[in-house]
Design a protein. Structure first.
Length: 75
């Protein structure tokens, strides 16, 4: 029985060392995933702004093209 008690105590000590490491590893992984998500969101927002700018530029080009075609048709 004393042998079993010693084995249980050893297992508890081992787990007391392992559990904090597992928690720390989990926190590191979570921080990494949060950072990845933030970076992804930042790139998405940047791309969205670029897309909005390109759409506006496309509309301007289309308007100039329409004006040019209209003026060409007048001649």
């Amino acid at each position: 029985m004393l042998h079993d008690l010693t084995a249980v105590k050893d297992e508890i000590h081992r787990l007391n060392r392992v559990i904090p490491k597992l928690r720390a590893d989990g926190e590191v992984k979570l921080r990494s995933e949060v950072d990845y998500g933030r970076n992804y969101l930042s790139r998405f927002k940047r791309s969205k702004r670029i897309l909005i700018g390109l759409r506006a530029e496309n509309e301007q080009v289309a308007a100039v093209k329409a004006d040019t075609e209209k003026m060409s048709g007048m001649n």
